[in-house]
Write a protein that binds this ligand. Sequence first.
Ligand code: AMP
Length: 114
Amino acid sequence: MEQDIFCQIAEGVIPTTKFYDDTWVLAFADISPLAPIHILIVPKKHFTSLNDLGGKDEGLLGHMILVAQRLAKEHGVALSGYRLIINCGPHGRQVVPHLHLHLLGGRELTAEMC
Ligand code: AMP
């Protein structure tokens, strides 16, 4: 089965600008940034969407959020503020079928999504 693009990034097949890497997650620059800071926090294990997570994955989800918080601090937007988004499914406008958390910041975001 062909791997999704984020699995390929996690395996180093597709190059990216990496900001964080550990056993569980990888964080890298979004290729089409919607804000001055637009980073994707992606689990290395494949989950198609948030719908695939269960109770045993609470730790992973918490870890993803804490990595986002750490990156917000490192990129100087912790105090100015930022937004975390997980798109899920067609109505959520999820395009890449691999769970990911968007970290957006560096400008005042609108009341809409971005
Ligand atoms: P979503 O709509 O939540 O599925 O968002 C997918 C995000 O992945 C979009 O913001 C894309 O710009 C981003 N994206 C797609 N391909 C790549 C890539 N090769 N490297 C970095 N970001 C990507």
